[in-house]
Design a protein around this ligand. Structure first.
Ligand SMILES: Nc1nc2c(ncn2[C@@H]2O[C@H](COP(=O)(O)OP(=O)(O)OP(=O)(O)O)[C@@H](O)[C@H]2O)c(=O)[nH]1
Length: 294
């Protein structure tokens, strides 16, 4: 049997479960998971081997309304991924309505898609059947509909097999040993951002970002220096917290995730700076690695 290799875009509204699905498929904590919507901002490639085939996943920011410039960037990234791939996984919580799926169909995706109804552990068997029924009218649009639960554990090999069926015959595009094209620095940044989402409530996480300034490696220790950027002085105060307590919690949570990934002790130094209006400002966005066109 010849090798298949191809790109798979993972698409869905914020909070649909994209990062959780990717973590589960990859068996490593590589994509950022947060209960707060819109946590995934940039595309990253995750490489999974299934038998002799190579599946290259493209994680995308959730599809949603244009609000700030940053959100516009996220929407463009998601749309780009839909255009560039061989197969699309469209995720929608089984508990919700068909609205986001209908919006997705209106984009006229060229690549074939699997429709994944997520979070089925929150429902009874009857409710799952009713959820599937809601998509009956669209059955000529998707190649298959698969109910899935990361919490309960679905059949990983089955899902990977379904994806591979629709990939082109092609030799590997990446070294089969690597899991992601993201450098460690990018993953560390995601972990810090995840820790901010976990520890700080309200809107602040959305108005903040992280720049990993420096990583110093030695054989048993990794030193990471990073800056958290916020819009206002008051937000800086909240991120730091009383006596530095909030920043300490953020640092500790991020450090645990980093240590798990690099299998070394991590020393993490976090700074907080105020850059008014950064999320509206193209140059500041570029410095953070978000490329805005137009
Ligand atoms: N009960 C249940 N919750 C899930 C499942 N999969 C994901 N979740 C939860 O749903 C929330 C959102 O999951 P994410 O994986 O961050 O969603 P996302 O689509 O990547 O979100 P964005 O990054 O905002 O685009 C988290 O709280 C997850 O723990 C599942 O199978 N069952």
């Amino acid at each position: 049997m010849s090798t298949k290799t191809g790109f798979v875009a993972v698409v869905g509204k914020p909070n649909a479960g994209k990062s959780s699905l990717l973590n589960w498929l990859m068996g490593e904590k590589l994509a950022m998971v947060s209960q707060k919507a819109n946590a995934t901002r940039k595309r990253s490639l995750l490489i999974s081997m299934h038998q002799d085939n190579q599946i290259i996943f493209i994680d995308t920011p959730g599809l949603h309304e244009k609000e700030k410039l940053l959100n516009q960037f996220m929407l463009e990234e998601a749309l780009k991924a839909i255009g560039d791939c061989d197969v699309i996984l469209f995720l929608v919580p089984a508990t919700g309505s068909t609205k986001s799926y209908e919006a997705f169909l209106k984009l006229n995706p060229k690549a074939p898609h699997l429709l994944l109804l997520t979070k089925t552990d929150l429902m009874s068997q009857d409710e799952i059947l009713q959820a599937i029924e809601k998509y009956h009218d669209f059955q000529d649009r998707f190649i298959s509909l698969i109910p899935i639960s990361i919490k309960k554990g679905s059949d990983r090999a089955y899902l990977l097999g379904e994806i591979v069926k629709h990939l082109p015959e092609h030799p590997y595009l990446y070294d089969p040993e690597i899991l992601t094209t993201d450098p460690m620095r990018e993953l560390y940044r995601e972990f810090i951002r995840e820790a901010i989402f976990e520890n700080i409530s309200d809107e602040i996480p959305y108005c903040s970002d992280v720049l990993v300034e420096k990583v110093e490696e030695s054989h048993n220790l990794e030193k990471v220096y990073a800056t958290i950027i916020v819009e206002k002085q008051s937000q800086k105060g909240i991120i730091i917290g009383k006596g530095g307590a909030a920043l300490q919690r953020i640092g500790k949570n991020a450090r645990v995730l980093m240590e798990e990934l690099c299998q070394k002790r991590v020393f993490l130094k976090l700074f907080v700076v105020v850059k008014p209006g950064w999320s509206q400002n193209k140059r500041a966005l570029k410095e953070l690695g978000y490329e805005i066109r137009g």
